[in-house]
Design a protein around this ligand. Structure first.
Ligand code: PRP
Length: 185
């Protein structure tokens, strides 16, 4: 295996999940979801901005009929640490009432965003709601949330690439990089 480093403002990031591994795992997730919803037309709802790349690759591998929508929550801004507050910035276009909803996240960290989304969707009265996330940081969870489909469980270190940003940049990297100043490699 070759070491692939990236330096950002003096911080060293190492390639942690390469693009091939990401794509293979997404195919598995899409197969599982397509089987679970074979008698339904679910609405995949991506949480902007981070989920846009995962959402696209996931949907390309979904083999059943499906609809797509997005919404946007207030972001962490340029901070690496959650402000502890969430609000809706861009609302849904679809009507989730009576529908099977699949929330698509790039990462679940503290679980605050998913907890907010769970409460929000209770008012929309969907038939069902499940959550798929590419990444989960189990040791960072502060809220009790149910995540139905998980791509990869990762350590509680800062990650960038494949939709995830550092000060809004690096979302376009096809692999996921992890902060590794402490020499993890
Ligand atoms: C990230 C990510 C999740 C949330 C997860 O979004 O996309 O929505 O944080 O963290 P939590 O579990 O602690 O709530 P962010 O607010 O950074 O915005 P972005 O998607 O535009 O990068």
């Amino acid at each position: 295996m070759h070491n692939n480093f990236l330096y950002v403002n003096g911080d060293r990031f190492i390639e942690f999940i390469d693009k091939e591994k990401i794509q293979n795992r997404i195919k598995e997730l899409a197969l599982e979801i397509s089987k679970d919803y074979k008698n339904s037309v679910p609405i995949f709802i991506g949480v902007l901005n981070g989920a846009f790349i995962f959402m696209a690759d996931l949907l390309k591998n979904i083999t059943i009929e499906a609809e797509v929508d997005f919404f946007k929550l207030s972001s962490y801004g340029d901070s690496k640490i959650s402000s502890g507050q969430v609000k809706m910035i861009k609302d849904l276009n679809c009507n989730p009432n009576g529908r099977d909803i699949i929330i698509v996240e790039d990462i679940v960290d503290t679980g605050l965003s998913i907890k907010y989304i769970e409460e929000l969707f209770q008012h929309y009265n969907p038939k069902s709601m499940k959550v798929v996330t590419l990444l989960l940081k189990p040791e960072s969870l502060k809220y009790e949330v149910k995540i139905d489909y998980i791509g990869f469980k990762i350590p509680s270190q800062f990650v960038i690439g494949y939709g995830l940003d550092y000060q809004q940049k690096y979302r376009n990297l096809p692999s996921i990089y992890i902060l590794s100043n402490d020499g993890v490699n």
